[in-house]
Design a protein around this ligand. Sequence first.
Ligand SMILES: [Zn+2]
Length: 139
Amino acid sequence: MIPSWSKTDHLTYLKRRMIFEDDRKDQAGETALICASCRHPITSVSEQTDVRGRHDHAFSYYRQIVRLGCFRTAPGCLGVQGISHGYSWFRGYAWQIQVCRNCSTQLGWKYTSEDESFYGLIFETLREAESGQENGTAV
Ligand SMILES: [Zn+2]
């Protein structure tokens, strides 16, 4: 079964970002993003970055819409399978599937070009947690 990966309403930082565009770092920087399945820390809101002028992107994926956000780093992710240089949602970037290091749920993809790399993480697979509340570890 192909999962639906289009939900974003559960992530409040996306709404804050739209409302408080200027101070989003102060408002949301301490928020950890954790795996929706097992609550393992994946990355944090402060690692969000813009790619091609946007943090959030939507792509069609097996007749569904996948909505993902771009992050500079995601220490909770583990790359699996090979790096693909085939068709990429971000032209010029190779990609590799990323799963949760703890429970192996797919969270998104890592994109790498000659100059840089970033993680495209599916919003629906992430949840928010304040730093220190989840296992006492910040990511
Ligand atoms: Zn997990």
